[in-house]
Each structure stands twice: as C-alpha cells, then as structure tokens.
Design a protein around this ligand. Structure first.
Ligand SMILES: *Cc1c(COP(=O)(O)O)cnc(C)c1O
Length: 328
C-alpha cells in the first residue's frame, strides 16, 4: 500500500442545512472538504497526502506542477511543499503570459509560499508534460531531484486520496454521523481533471458509501472523462489491489458545465448567491457551484445525496469580476 502523509485536518465534517435541501430539491449531506486544511484547503490536499509522500520517498528536493493562473491545485501544492521543505515550480496557463498577472487569490498564495512561477500560454500548456520534464532535467543537472505532479494531482496515486475519503465517510456513517449508517444513494462531485471522481467511484463501492457516483464535468465532455477515469483507475489498482475491478456506478454528466471552463452562467451564479444567502455555505463558480447546480437541475435526483464540497474559495476571491454581475 502507498504511504500517506497526514497533511489534512481530517476527518472533515458531514454537514447539512434544511434550506439547502429545499434549494437542491433532495436531502443533501455535504462532505466539507472545503475544510481539509488552512490556506491549502480543498480536495487537492487529499491527493497530495499520497503524492508528496511519494516525492519524499524518492528523495525529491523540488516538486513541479501546473494549472490555470488561479489553480487551487497549484496553490495547495506550493503551500504543502513549503511546509515539507521542498522547492516548488509552477507552470501556470495565462491568456497573455508576458503581461503582469493580478496578484490575488491563489496566485497571491503561490507567491507567498515562495513558488517559482512561470506563465505559459494556452498553446504551450498543451505540451505541459514536456515542459515539466524539461524543467525536471534542468533541476537534475543542478544536483537536485524533481518530482513531477500532473495537472490536478490526477493520477492513480492521487486518486487514492478519495478512496481514503470514502473510508473516512464510512467510519463517520458507522458512528451515526451524516445520517448513517445506511449508504447514500449517490455521491456528487465536480470533475475537472478526473482524479477525485475516479477515487470516489472506486472508494464509494469498496466502502459501501454509495453505489452511484455523479461526476459533474466543468470542462471537456463525457467521452473524454470516461477515458481519463479508466486510465486513472487502472493506475490506482496498481497501488491497491483491493479496489473494484471496474468503474460501475460512475456517471459522468457534461450538461451542467455552463458557458466554458471558468465561466458560469447567470443562473449558476444566482444559485451560488442563493445558497450563500440562505445557508452561509460558499460554493465556488468554477467547480462546486456548477456541480451542485447540476444536481439541483438534474431530472433524476437521488433521494439521499452526499455532495463533496471540494473548496475553491481562493479561486473565487481571485476572480471577483466573475461575480460582479450579481450585484449590479
Ligand atoms: C481541482 C478541483 C476540483 C476537481 O477535482 P478533480 O480531481 O481535478 O476532478 C473540484 N473543485 C475544486 C475546488 C478544485 O480545485
């Protein structure tokens, strides 16, 4: 079994609110993975517990990863690398890489953590694997050792973080938390690079948390994520032979992703605002807001749902213009 560092504040709470049930139209328990840590918080902490354990085990001196300018994953990696005494290189995708990027939200935290940040354009970002390998080679020539983490921390090792999260939920259900001990009808989560949804699909069945996993895509499409999930699941089984042999129960939805990645519709934004106003729960406009909106709009809503709140608050604070339209 893969080694795991205890980096998160776990277990995270299972939380509910009557007004949230009304807004979504079904019973919703929220797994508060927006509270997995302090400034590092969000779903990436669970993946990084495994990925950074591996980085230390192979003797890495620096980690390298990538994402959008306001990547939650890059920020979590930068802060946790700093905690562990590792250097961190970030390759961040920007429309105009040569222009100054606003020092807000996740990027501000990346800088505070001391990460070495390189902005690259959308075309270069497609070659991110090569760019990160080239940097790793350079670090090696300088006498260091680099550990490359893929976008979103989404590989088989990272996905184990969400298998473990489902074990955590099962233990909570068994002591009567989260409405337990009965399993939920479905787990619902935003899907951006696929690792979390894949780990949940495997872990929810292994640990009897739910038989269905609804992955709400925020980019790409169903066919794309079906292939991604198969690849990640195969890798994950190489680390843990007890995992289910298939991804039965994983349902990928791409009809709720809104206008584009990082762009929400007026309806999606209004939903996020209504949830905050009536429950105090802050969803983010890139991931968790679209996922829960998707559940609320779904034609076949499971009766009892576990919604994974994946975090993203620094991303919201780093894109204030995205919500300005709400307030006139
Ligand atoms: C990365 C991220 C997701 C998506 O998780 P994946 O494992 O990349 O699919 C969802 N919500 C937030 C807030 C994220 O930062």
């Amino acid at each position: 079994m893969a080694r795991r560092l205890a980096l998160g504040h776990l277990p995270t709470p299972l939380w509910r609110h009557d007004a949230l049930d009304d807004l979504v139209g079904t019973r919703v328990w929220v797994k508060r993975d927006d509270c997995t840590a302090g400034a590092e918080s969000g779903n990436k902490v669970r993946k990084l517990e495994y990925l950074l354990a591996d980085a230390l085990d192979v003797g890495a001196t620096r980690v390298i990863t990538c994402g959008a300018v306001q990547s939650n994953h890059a920020r979590a990696t930068a802060l946790l690398a700093a905690r562990l005494g590792l250097g961190c290189d970030l390759f961040l995708r920007a429309k105009e890489p040569a222009a100054p990027q606003p020092l807000i939200g996740n990027l501000l935290l990346d800088r505070l953590a001391g990460a070495r940040v390189t902005f690259i354009d959308h075309a270069a970002y497609r070659s991110r694997a090569d760019i990160m390998q080239a940097r790793a080679a350079e670090i090696g020539r300088d006498g260091g050792r680099a550990y490359v983490i893929p976008e979103g921390g989404s590989n088989g090792l990272g996905a184990l973080g969400y298998v473990e999260a489902m074990r955590e939920v099962r233990a909570q259900l068994d002591v009567g938390l989260g409405g337990g001990p009965e399993p939920y009808d479905a787990v619902v989560i935003a899907c951006g690079s696929g690792g979390s949804a894949t780990g949940i699909a495997l872990g929810a069945r292994l640990h009897r948390v739910a038989t269905r996993t609804l992955a709400m895509a925020v980019c790409d499409d169903r066919a794309y994520f079906a292939a991604v999930a198969e690849r990640i699941a195969t890798e994950a089984r190489a680390h843990d032979a007890t995992l289910p042999a298939n991804l039965e129960g994983l349902e990928i939805h791409d009809e709720h992703k809104g206008p584009a990645y990082g762009v929400a519709s007026q309806e999606q934004l209004a939903f996020i605002a209504e949830v905050a106003r009536r429950t105090g729960l802050v969803l983010d406009p890139v991931y968790s807001g679209k996922a829960l909106f998707g559940l609320a709009r779904s034609g076949d809503r499971p009766r009892r749902t576990l919604f994974i709140h994946t975090g993203g608050l620094p991303g919201l604070l780093g894109a204030p213009d995205a919500l300005a339209a709400l307030f006139g």
